[in-house]
Design a protein around this ligand. Structure first.
Ligand code: 8DG
Length: 150
């Protein structure tokens, strides 16, 4: 019996391995069934494109906790886990990382939606989302929103 695996040297990092970046995002939906999008500010990657509010996880956070924190930081609103429902996710290969981004929907929150980071905000009907340039990862998220809301 061969036991080659016993003496195998540690493998060098495989070429082509990707950095997986986890981001959580939310489609806030108002009483008229419109979706909130925010414009990425100048100076950031993908600046000027319209995105769903959200962001990266902090160490040890669950997705819902991260999203509740981001919504508070970016929009000044407070919501609860029970008000977040998973809808779909984005899996997209950017040049320097692979984005994995669950998209939740949320219809209930406390407080007025306010651009806390100077970002432009728009409430948009799902079938008009394509009128706003979005990051490539977001394009496949539009049909599930149209199915849900139109
Ligand atoms: N929040 C959000 N991010 C998105 C969307 N689509 C998309 O490709 N992204 C990308 C852009 C960023 O690379 C990453 C979001 O992380 P972030 O909002 O914390 O990014 P950032 O550029 O501000 O990064 P950082 O300064 O915090 O490092 O995911 C989207 O719809 N919403």
């Amino acid at each position: 019996m061969t036991q080659d695996w016993v003496d195998s040297p540690p493998r060098p990092p495989e070429e082509g391995k990707v950095k997986l970046t986890l981001v959580v995002a939310c489609a806030l939906i108002d009483v008229d069934n419109r979706v909130l999008i925010a414009q990425r500010p100048e100076g950031k990657q993908l600046a000027g494109l319209w995105e769903f509010p959200g962001g990266k996880f902090e160490p040890g956070e669950r997705p819902e906790q991260a999203l509740i924190r981001e919504l508070c930081e970016e929009l000044g609103i407070v919501t609860q886990e029970a008000c977040l429902a998973p809808l779909t996710f984005a899996s997209h290969a950017y040049e320097s990382f692979h984005l994995l981004m669950p998209l939740y929907i949320c219809r209930r929150w406390q407080g007025d939606v306010t651009p806390k980071e100077g970002q432009a905000l728009k409430w948009v009907r799902a079938n008009k989302l394509r009128d706003y340039p979005m990051p490539p990862a977001d394009i496949p998220l539009i049909p599930p929103l149209i199915d849900l809301l139109m």
